[in-house]
Every structure is written in structure tokens, then in C-alpha cells.
Design a protein around this ligand. Structure first.
Ligand code: COI
Length: 410
């Protein structure tokens, strides 16, 4: 008799996807993404399309299997089963897609990818609402590991899908040349020479403006001082770095503004130190915002625990879709400038209500940092302030990290 899996609303035949579950994932590095797309011929574009066509159902099948391993009462939670259904539908779509042989077939495939990227903006709010609602049903650490793995896998799928869409945009662009000049900075979503100082300055200014607009015209936002190896550059997905630094700077700015709210006295600055070593760049962001409150400290990295879970659950109920990085709020193909003329995705940051604090910025930032073999640590000096350490692997030759550091170490 054929085995089947019952997840509540979705019942599937396991033979349909066992082939995909058994298929190993083919991980990529930033360098591979970069160099593959650098000389963009039609045959390379088509092989990128076929890589995505095979990788997406494989990676989704692995997640479906993980969801099936959850206790029945958890996977039947309405939010988690919404996530399951989205994944299952996407799995069915991609596994049925025939080999892509022409540029026209690739155009159609890109429409399918874009449609899925849009539909899957519902994943994060549903995932987090689901785990918040189920927090008493599964040991909290197990639930956090589950969410982290889901988010890492989601980043990975979106990276390969977005990269392929970006390469297709570049291929179709009137400025496209097969041999790009050394000045072309972007290949797809990857920025070859991310300059930490420039990004912190830009994200900092943007975050200061948001915090000021929330606090009112009399509020004074702390200055951001940057020192150290200000010329350090490394390859990175710009929107990932913007997300992480935006969350860290926002935490710091808001903590300082809450502690120093006297309009006549300027608050102490946020100090950013950039430190470049042969293999890595470390960015330390230090504030004097009073440190992490004692009752929150143990739950800082958790998606599903903490004193404010009920409040967070309520906030998520008001957010039907949520873009984690702002790259996710993608402009339609063809509207996006390509190559060195591309802007950062910062302008689209505004698409999220600025006061929407969902309590997942830090754990999510760590997932992003670890994804490209980096890390994120926080040291809180209670009563004084916080030092956040963002470590970035500088060479870009490390594969995407699909398992957490904790589970590698274990
Ligand atoms: C996701 O956003 O969760 C995805 O899996 C997107 C992918 C289907 C293109």
C-alpha cells in the first residue's frame, strides 16, 4: 500500500516526492553566484534556469519532510498548515516544470518564480504565528531550531530564485554586454565590493530618519560614528547586509533615545568599529542605551519564547504578508536597473511600517549572518549599553550554510 502523510488539510502520497527528498542539495557560494553570472551568455542563463528548476523542488521537499516530522497537533495548526500548503503547491509547480531550453521558456519560468516569491511573502507571519501559538506543545529549543532551519532554507531558495531573476533582467537589459567591465559592481543580487562604511552610513541615515519621524520633531537622534578599517570591502548580497545592519542600528538608536530623552541634552553617539582581517570583517556596533533589560536577555535569540509573546502574536495577526529583507519587495522584471547602475534596496525598506516591531529582528539577523558563514553576537552591559559583533566571511568562497552553527558544533 502506498504510504501517505496526513498534515490536516493536506494529504499527500509520499512516493510523489520521495525522489526529491532523496536528492542532495547543491549548495552555492557567493563567489560561484558572482562568477557564474559575470559572463552571461544564453547558455549560462539557461543552465542557471535549470539549476533553479531542480534546486527549488529539492529544497522545498526537504522542508516538507521536516514539517511532517512535527507532532501532529503542531502541523495541524492553521498557520503552519498554511505554510505547508504554500510549500506543497510550489513543490508541485516546480517539480512539473520541464527542462528550460529557450530564452522564451525562461521568460515564462521567471513569471512563475516571481509569482511564487510574491505568494510566499505570507510565509514568515504564518510561520511565526504558528510557532507562537504552539509554544506550549513542543520544547522551546526544538521549536527555535525548527524555525531557524525553515528560515535558512527560505533564504537559500529566495537567493537562488532572486539571483536567477536578476541575471535574466541583466540578460534582457539594453546595456547587457557578455564581457562586463571591471567597474560593474553587481552580478545579479551580489555586490562584489560591499564597503562596510558606506553601507552603515546609508542604512544609519535611513534608520535615524525613521526613528526621528516616530519620536516626533523635538527628538534628537544619536549620531553614528564610524571608525577603523573604513576601506574594507567584501562580496555580499547587499540586501542581507542592509537588513542586519538596519536591525542592529535601529535597536541601538531606539535604546539610546529611550534612555536620553531630554531634548536639551544630546544623546551619546552610536560607535561603529570596522575591523578587517585576512579572512573576515568584523563590525562592532556599540551603544550606551542601557543594555538589554534583564527579563528579555534570556530570550533575545528566540522566535517563540519571551515575556512579550502574546503582544507579538497580536502584531503578526495584523500583518498578512511580510518581506524579511527588502529585496523581497521586488520590482517587476525590467524595471530594475542592472549592473553598476543598480541602487540599493533601501528605498523599499519604507514598505514596512516603521513602528512595526515584531521582536524577530535579532534572531532573524543572526540567521542571515550565519547563512553566509558569518556570525552575530551581542554583549550587554546592564545599565550601560550593548556591543553587537557582526562577523562577515570576507572571501566569499564559503558555501551557504544550511545548518546552524549550533548543530554543526553539536
Ligand atoms: C519562499 O519564499 O519561501 C520560497 O520558497 C520562494 C520560492 C518558492 C521561490
Amino acid at each position: 500500500m502506498e504510504a501517505s502523510v496526513n498534515t490536516g488539510r493536506v494529504r499527500i502520497k509520499s512516493s510523489l516526492y520521495s525522489h526529491w527528498v532523496d536528492r542532495p542539495i547543491r549548495p552555492i557560494s557567493l563567489r560561484q553566484l558572482f562568477f557564474f553570472g559575470r559572463t552571461l551568455t544564453e547558455s549560462r542563463l539557461l543552465s542557471s534556469a535549470n539549476y533553479v528548476r531542480m534546486e527549488l523542488p529539492t529544497r522545498i521537499a526537504h522542508r516538507l519532510r521536516e514539517m511532517q516530522r512535527l507532532p501532529y497537533v503542531v502541523v495541524t495548526n492553521p498557520h503552519l498548515s498554511t505554510v505547508y500548503e504554500l510549500y506543497y503547491k510550489a513543490f508541485e509547480t516546480f517539480r512539473r516544470t520541464p527542462v528550460i531550453r529557450t530564452v522564451k521558456e525562461n521568460e515564462d519560468f521567471c513569471k512563475v518564480i516571481s509569482e511564487n516569491l510574491r505568494e510566499h511573502l505570507a510565509v514568515i507571519p504564518n510561520l511565526v504565528m504558528g510557532v507562537l501559538e504552539c509554544q506550549d506543545l513542543v520544547p522551546p529549543d526544538a521549536m527555535d531550531k525548527f524555525v531557524q532551519a525553515m528560515l535558512r532554507a527560505r533564504i537559500s531558495r529566495r537567493v537562488i530564485a532572486e539571483q536567477h531573476l536578476a541575471l535574466t533582467d541583466t540578460f534582457n537589459s539594453p546595456w547587457h554586454v557578455e564581457q562586463p567591465s571591471a567597474e560593474d559592481e553587481f552580478v545579479g543580487e551580489v555586490l562584489l565590493r560591499c564597503n562596510a562604511k558606506d553601507i552603515i552610513e546609508r542604512v544609519g541615515k535611513f534608520t535615524q530618519d525613521i526613528c526621528k519621524s516616530l519620536a516626533g520633531p523635538d527628538a534628537i537622534v544619536p549620531e553614528i560614528k564610524i571608525q577603523g578599517h573604513v576601506n574594507a570591502t567584501f562580496p555580499y548580497v547587499l540586501s542581507h547586509l542592509e537588513y542586519i545592519t538596519g536591525e542592529l542600528l535601529r535597536n541601538s538608536i531606539q535604546a539610546v533615545m529611550a534612555k536620553y530623552n531630554n531634548p536639551r541634552q544630546p544623546p551619546p553617539p552610536i560607535e561603529v568599529l570596522i575591523c578587517e582581517a585576512p579572512q573576515q570583517v568584523v563590525i562592532r556596533i556599540s551603544d550606551q542605551g542601557g543594555g538589554v533589560p534583564r527579563e528579555i536577555a534570556p530570550f533575545l535569540w528566540s522566535f517563540n519564547k519571551g515575556p512579550r509573546s502574546a503582544e507579538r502574536l497580536q502584531k503578526f495577526r495584523d500583518v498578512p504578508t511580510l518581506a524579511a529583507t527588502m529585496q523581497e519587495v521586488r520590482q517587476p522584471a525590467g524595471n530594475k536597473p542592472s549592473g553598476k547602475h543598480r541602487d540599493s534596496s533601501l528605498s523599499t525598506l519604507a514598505s514596512r511600517p516603521p513602528d512595526l516591531r515584531l521582536g524577530m529582528g535579532l534572531p532573524m539577523s543572526r540567521v542571515y549572518a550565519e547563512y553566509w558563514a558569518g556570525g552575530l553576537e551581542l554583549h550587554s552591559l546592564e545599565g550601560y549599553g550593548v556591543d553587537a559583533f557582526l562577523q562577515i566571511s570576507k572571501i566569499g568562497n564559503q558555501n551557504e550554510q544550511l545548518t546552524s552553527r549550533a548543530s554543526i558544533d553539536a
